[in-house]
Design a protein around this ligand. Sequence first.
Ligand SMILES: Cc1cc2nc3c(=O)[nH]c(=O)nc-3n(C[C@H](O)[C@H](O)[C@H](O)COP(=O)(O)O)c2cc1C
Length: 490
Amino acid sequence: MLSRSFLPESQQSQILAYSPMFHARLFGESQKYYDQHFQPTPLESDVPFLDGNPALDRPFFVQFCANEPQTLLAAAQRATPYCDAVDLNLGCPQGIAKKGHYGSFLQEDQELIHQLIKTLHENLDIPVTAKIRILDTKEATLKYAQNVLSAGASILTVHGRLRDQKGHLTGLADWKMIRYLRDNLPPETVIFANGNILQYEDLEECLAATGADGVMSAEGNLSNPGIFAPPPPPGEEPRGYWRGKDGKGGWRVDEVFRRYLDILHRHVLGVEPPARRPLFIPGDDTAWLEEPILLPGQDGSELKPKKRRTDAAKENPALLAANFIGMQPHLFHLLRHFVSRHTDVRNALARARLGDLAMYEAISGMVEKKTAEGLLEYEKTDGKSVEPATEPTQEEIDDPESSARAVRDCRRPWWVVQPIIRPLPKEAMAKGAIQMSKKERQRVAAEMAEKEQGKSKKRSRDDVEAAETVAAAEELQQTTSYPTSPLVSG
Ligand SMILES: Cc1cc2nc3c(=O)[nH]c(=O)nc-3n(C[C@H](O)[C@H](O)[C@H](O)COP(=O)(O)O)c2cc1C
């Protein structure tokens, strides 16, 4: 709903929303799991509410992970009245998926994948779709795609990364592999491409490069829910959209924060959002900037200690609904660049209790004030206040194993929502964020020694390093953690 809000109403149905991946067995069998994760109707009622609401949330696909056809079917049948299709996630690479034998860990069992999809295709009243990761070779990936399609999948979403490409080894998605599928599958096959979408401009580039029919964005969309909307033309920016002196712009954090809260007020709580002043732009009256922002507890009212989720839920089970649980991680994602500069906002966000919208409103007020100050400073310094300390070298920009170009192209001031750019594997390794096992270090050292002796003249230094990085992938031990948010799957 938030992403759609950035498009004109007539175009909002061009954005297809997927539910998070649900565990099919729990979804089908546990009422508690279902109620906490899925809210197509209010508890004990059949009035449309949030997920898949025909007036608010379509098109909408419900996604599952599963490894047993009848269990998947039972879950899918429960979701069918509220969605347009059911999607099978065959892409999740997380350890939990390995343990539970689902997601990308079904890749080796193509027969089971076929059965899962076929069972839905033959028994559901709505289409079944599937999301896969690429395999090691074009031929194997094509065969995999053909298996999924022949089982009855109506749409094939292809995440252009291998199963091992996760965490610090995420690297770039391979759009060429998606193009190969486009060129070798029947032309009527509907393909969605996934991976490497950092900003709006990447959408067209991806469609052109892959020939896909649609583009899926996860992280880019979490960081900037306006990613699917074309930027407003220069001179026609609404207050919530900022454009800098270099012509680059983006949606302001305070605008996105307000929209997020508005959805919760209106659609979750069923009340009108509180009255707020128009978002500040330079030239407006600045008197309000002198007013202190008081968080609950700082204004003399009682500051309740942060409760554990389970304790809060005992008092009010409705708080356990996904909308409230997801709120804090979502906002941290949106404000990632903002809070790295304004740690008081980060601390306030960390203290916010489940479903405490008064606290979130107060934090939104802090964000608005700091944004206003940032904008004024930008004007006062003629844009110099946000100039980076160093610029990347041309060599770094041209290096395909460097994220320097993406960082430069996506860089915006902290008051604008923008993607989080991960270092590419080679950079992560150079920083020591990932380390090779002892065995792997010995192998690489031996190869390097061999190379120095001139025995591997045919391969350039870069080739060797790149090959080693990839070959080492399986053995690499991550020493820093990938986001452990419950939202992360993949
Ligand atoms: C926080 C987070 C949650 C995700 N959850 C899911 C999920 O539930 N189902 C799924 O198919 N992929 C999930 N993914 C993976 C994305 O759909 C996507 O395949 C991957 O992040 C690469 O695309 P991106 O570059 O647009 O993020 C998730 C990714 C992130 C970062």
